[in-house]
Write a protein that binds this ligand. Structure first.
Ligand code: SAM
Length: 274
């Protein structure tokens, strides 16, 4: 098999282009591809979907390892390249916006796995779109901007901890796999990337309606630099005295800042504002 860089070079020589507007930075590092695959739970009978296969550099290595896989790509030109290059593999190419993909349409009630070197312009919406399909998904290994990976994996007290950390961690266990330098891609992006693995699982002890929970989380982070007393009063449209009283009733000080609260504490706090 040609290595990733040779494969990409051949396709580029035959007219393949990278479209910036679609976030196209193609992997040319076999080492990174190996890490993505070894970090993932691939089993022949577990359905697999790849988001944004691009030229297929990862797809052609994944396909022989499973009985059936799907690859969802928005760019019609890449679909025609993939049709040619992946002939003979058990792959169904789907020419569609991944944000509109319903995994149930692919594999029904089974639980599958997702892999993707995600287009960076829609990383967070894509992650949230698939986390919402938790009944169809056991996990995902994804490449994202390092800065986004840091936010996803952040713990309370860190500067990068925020709504995205909480939204992901409430649905999945996060493992950082590796950082990836721009030189692993063609064309090289301006930023460093990172591979992370998300194992979907319900958060221990979390028993709230997510809408109620995130209404408070969003209000708490609406003015990050302010104390919770002020940011919640502003974000929820409640008098500050009332906020302080409700917070006192659940033992959380109104002078704390949103980034210091654990998910458990956010749950306690949210219940005070139901
Ligand atoms: N997997 C390839 C690789 O690693 O070389 C390509 C990764 S590239 C960063 C992202 C891919 O996602 C591109 O092929 C792009 O066309 C595709 N893409 C962008 N937006 C998409 C969307 N909304 N739905 C599906 N694919 C999309």
């Amino acid at each position: 098999m040609e290595n990733a860089a040779e494969y990409t070079r051949r396709l580029v020589k035959h007219g393949a282009r990278a479209h910036k507007s679609l976030g196209q930075n193609f992997l040319i590092s076999d080492e990174v591809i190996e890490h993505i695959i070894s970090a993932s739970t691939l089993q022949p009978d577990v359905p697999l979907v790849e988001i944004g296969p691009g030229l297929g550099v990862l797809t052609r290595v994944l396909a022989p390892q499973v009985e059936k896989m799907w690859a969802v790509e928005l760019d019609d030109h890449k679909i025609s390249i993939l049709n040619k290059e992946l002939k003979g593999h058990p792959i169904e190419l789907i020419h569609q916006d991944a944000l509109k993909l319903d995994l149930k349409d692919l594999w029904g009630e089974k639980m599958g796995y997702l892999i993707g070197n995600l287009p960076y312009y829609i990383t967070s919406p894509l992650i949230m779109h698939f986390l919402e399909q938790e009944k169809q998904l056991r996990g995902m290994t994804i490449m994202v901007q390092k800065e986004v990976a840091d936010r996803i994996a952040a713990s309370p007290g860190s500067k990068t901890y925020g709504i995205l950390s909480i939204a992901v961690q409430i649905s999945a266990r996060v493992t950082k796999v590796m950082d990836v330098l721009p030189s692993a891609f063609w064309p090289a992006p301006k930023v460093t990337s990172a591979v992370i693995r998300l194992d979907l699982c319900s958060y221990p002890g979390f028993d709230m309606n997510r809408k109620d929970f995130f209404r408070v989380v969003k209000a708490a982070f609406s003015q990050r630099r302010k104390t919770l007393g002020n940011s919640l009063a502003g974000g929820l449209g409640i008098k500050k005295d009332d906020v302080i009283e409700r917070m006192q009733s659940v033992g959380i000080s109104a002078s704390r800042r949103a980034e210091s609260l654990s998910i458990e504490e956010f749950q306690v706090l949210s219940k005070a504002f139901l």
